[in-house]
Design a protein around this ligand. Structure first.
Ligand code: NAD
Length: 366
């Protein structure tokens, strides 16, 4: 049953990690290492069942393969889940035991933060393994990726405006931004700097007030965001907000934002096309975060990270070319770009004596 699923999704390796004394129950899934070592965050969640945890890690690790490939990184896809409640079950022993399992894979899997995990947890993991990103900046970590994600999303937006309207003048268009958290607020700031008209919403009133006061945005109620007459819808909160209930209300011409999994289903993605709305595939737009941590692998540098964000413009442009070339929706074209890259690089014969690029481990400070 498990191997059948691995066959369908194409996973290389799944590791069940157990340490009774430390209370650790975790699963590491390595989906694909053709482009390089598998990189993806660790999620801690009180899964209702082991099957649910397995399902999640298989789905998320596969998603990382596509995201890393489209981002142009020499990195494969992986992910880990720890079964437990982040509010109650965290301990030094648990994260160090997990770190030992990551280490045992010898660099085939490199971990990072995800839902339920913070930089302090990663410090414990780091005591046991060098195969970890997102550690504290004093160890050469890259810090909060959100400003990079926002800047990267702006690059994706420009490519998308260019495709839809034939110019990339961000300030000429209007925006409905949902979610004013780490990424959303920074994104609003970037839009404002370019002179755009911005509508905003959040379930936290203070964040809305800040966007109104600091960036001249117009506030709307959380559910009213779907009815706003704006050119672009920018989801920067939850996934699944483009769905059967919301889509019929859209007057937007473009969907481009940083949230993960914006389309509730593939069928909705097809419906978006029928309505003449251009969808900027989420995982290509929000790749700034993973680009940022990937840079830690060979020496982090902010300036280099900022330059790398600009490649998101070209990645989106390439996706739109593939969509036109093959007559497919953009969400499918993004997957195709990933598959084509993995297939092309996988066929490359490496020069004698050279192996695929591999993370050698972080240089430890004393
Ligand atoms: P965050 O938690 O800092 O912000 C999310 C914001 O959305 C919060 O202010 C929250 O109050 C608001 N929100 C929640 N439900 C809402 C609703 N129904 N209506 C309106 N607002 C609502 O998260 P973030 O780090 O800014 O990430 C935002 C999205 O971008 C997430 O989907 C995340 O997975 C994705 N993403 C983030 C990064 C990153 O670098 N932080 C990278 C890639 C993808």
């Amino acid at each position: 049953m498990i191997f059948e699923t691995l066959d369908t999704f194409g996973h290389e390796q799944v590791v069940f990690c157990h340490n009774k004394d430390a209370g650790l129950k975790a699963i590491i899934a390595i989906h694909n290492t053709v482009l390089g070592p598998a990189l993806g965050g660790t999620r801690m969640w009180p899964y209702a069942s082991e099957a649910e945890a397995l399902n999640d890690v298989l789905r998320l690790s596969r998603g990382m393969t596509y995201k890393n490939a489209v981002a142009g990184l020499n990195i494969g896809g992986g992910k880990a889940v720890i079964i437990g409640d982040p509010a109650k079950d965290k301990s030094e022993a648990l994260f160090r035991a997990f770190g030992q399992f990551v280490d045992s894979l010898g660099g085939r899997y490199i971990t990072a933060e995800d839902v339920g995990i913070d930089v302090n947890d990663m410090e414990y993991v780091y005591r046991e393994t060098q195969y970890v990103t997102g550690v504290h900046q004093i160890h050469g970590g890259s810090g909060d990726p959100s400003p990079f994600t926002a800047y990267g999303a702006l690059q994706g937006l420009m490519a998308t405006l260019n495709k839809k309207f034939g110019d990339e003048d961000v300030g000429k268009y209007s925006y409905a931004v949902q979610g004013l958290g780490h990424v959303g607020m920074e994104y609003v700031k970037l839009l404002k700097e370019r002179g755009a008209k911005i509508f905003v919403t959040d379930i936290h009133k203070d964040r809305v007030e800040k966007a109104v006061t600091d960036f001249g945005a117009e506030a709307v109620a959380p559910d009213a965001i779907y009815d706003v007459e704006a050119d672009v819808y920018s989801p920067c909160a939850l996934g699944g907000t483009v769905n059967e209930q919301t889509l019929p209300r859209f007057k937007f011409k473009v969907i481009c934002g940083a949230a993960n999994n914006q389309l509730s289903t593939d069928a909705i993605g097809d419906e978006v096309v029928k309505r003449g709305i251009l969808y900027a595939p989420d995982y290509a737009v929000n790749a700034g975060g993973v680009m940022n941590v990937a840079l830690e692998l060979d020496g982090y540098n902010r300036e280099r990270a900022m330059r790398m964000m600009r490649t998101i413009y070209h990645n989106l442009t390439r996706i739109y070319e593939i969509a036109d070339r093959d007559g497919i929706p953009t969400y499918r074209a993004a997957d195709r770009l990933a598959e084509e890259r993995i297939s092309a690089i996988g066929k490359l014969k490496l020069p004698m004596g050279r192996s695929q690029p591999r993370f050698q481990g972080r240089i430890r400070s004393a």
